[in-house]
Write a protein that binds this ligand. Structure first.
Ligand code: ZN
Length: 345
């Protein structure tokens, strides 16, 4: 299997081409784009702080919504938002049914430590089981089940922001996730594919629930350039900013982990995929399917962006992305979602 010599994308990735040095077209396009867009971004923290003030000045109960997974990225984001930017957040944690108690524990301890309001959203388990079943069993390998689930969690955030009249959401997505979210063309393509996957199951009820959630999407504005944050607050819209989109925010896991441990006794999951993250159990099953069917997970996509941005070394990324599921786990998850494990091979 041929893999890009700079990032970790394999030859099975859609639209990939390699130059004479084995570097992929996505890596080659990255530096050009970076240089061209440099002036669209904030130069330092002070500039961002200044822009965020107007959300504070709205005088509402909550200045913004912060989704918190319990991993170091989102925990660090919340600490900064409260202590450095002086904003009053409502925190939301999504439990889709396979949430790890360690992650929930981190969330609860941090919110208590910072004295901020926390809302834990429990997803409809029956709906989520079907989601994992349909997307794992689908023949369209371009869409990861993790992507479909991630979108649901994202839309939950939008729904809560809408319910509580909050015009700003700042989330702790890593730079790699942020880059994936902000690729409008890719998002539209994947949305169409998700719809097709569901239509093929013939499950009308699921289809109706799934598409209804997307209606809220017309309220969101995704942060692209500094102009999105500089303009007046549009109370009819909800602005989404990934905290780590700002170049001066670094995402070195060791550094963030130390800050979180010292601050509120942050605890790591015993085993996670990719290694050194705080992710849910279902990622093991979804990644197993993605890896078998197309030889990469959507984390290979995400980590490739991190490598290009200089946030992680290629060597470390390859190590973190090795897939070694704990014994018996895949079997249990497959049974819980009524999936034949053999079909995912
Ligand atoms: Zn590459």
């Amino acid at each position: 299997m041929k893999i890009c010599t700079r990032c970790v994308l394999p030859e099975t990735y859609a639209g990939i081409r390699f130059d004479e040095n084995g570097v992929c077209n996505f890596c080659n396009a990255y530096s050009v784009k970076e240089e061209k867009e440099a002036h669209f971004h904030f130069k330092n923290e002070e500039e961002v702080k200044e822009c965020l003030k107007k959300y504070k000045n709205l005088g509402r109960k909550y200045d913004l919504l912060v989704p918190l997974s319990g991993g170091v990225d989102s925990c660090f984001t919340l600490i900064q938002i409260v202590e450095k930017y002086g904003l009053k957040p409502m925190v939301f944690h999504s439990d889709h049914g396979w949430d790890d108690p360690t992650a929930t524990g981190n969330v609860e301890r941090l919110c208590k430590e910072l004295d901020v309001d926390l809302l834990i959203w429990k997803n409809d388990l029956k709906f989520m089981r079907k989601l994992f079943k349909y997307f794992n069993e689908s023949d369209d390998y371009t869409v990861s089940p993790c992507y479909a689930c991630g979108n649901m969690l994202y839309l939950n955030g939008l729904e809560i922001a809408d319910n509580f009249n909050i015009p700003l959401v700042v989330n702790g997505y890593s730079k790699g996730q942020a880059a994936m979210m902000h690729d409008g063309e890719k998002s539209r393509d994947w949305y169409g594919r998700m719809i097709n996957v569901i239509l093929e199951t013939g499950d009308q009820e699921f289809f109706a629930k799934f598409t209804k959630k997307w209606e809220l999407l017309k309220r969101q504005v995704i942060y692209e350039t500094r102009a999105d944050l500089e303009k007046e607050v549009d109370l009819d819209k909800i602005l989404f900013i990934p905290f780590f989109v700002f170049k001066f925010n670094k995402t070195d896991k060791e550094v963030l982990e130390k800050i979180c441990r010292d601050r509120f006794d942050w605890q790591p999951l015993r085993v996670s995929y990719p290694d050194r993250t705080t992710n849910c159990e279902m990622i093991w099953l979804n990644s197993y399917r993605d890896f078998n069917k197309r030889q990469y997970t959507h984390y290979h996509d995400e980590y490739s962006t991190l490598i290009r941005a200089g946030e992680i070394s290629r060597e470390q990324a390859l190590k973190d992305l090795e897939l070694n599921p704990p014994p018996g786990l895949l079997e249990r998850l497959a049974t819980e979602c009524d999936i034949e494990l053999a079909d995912l091979r």
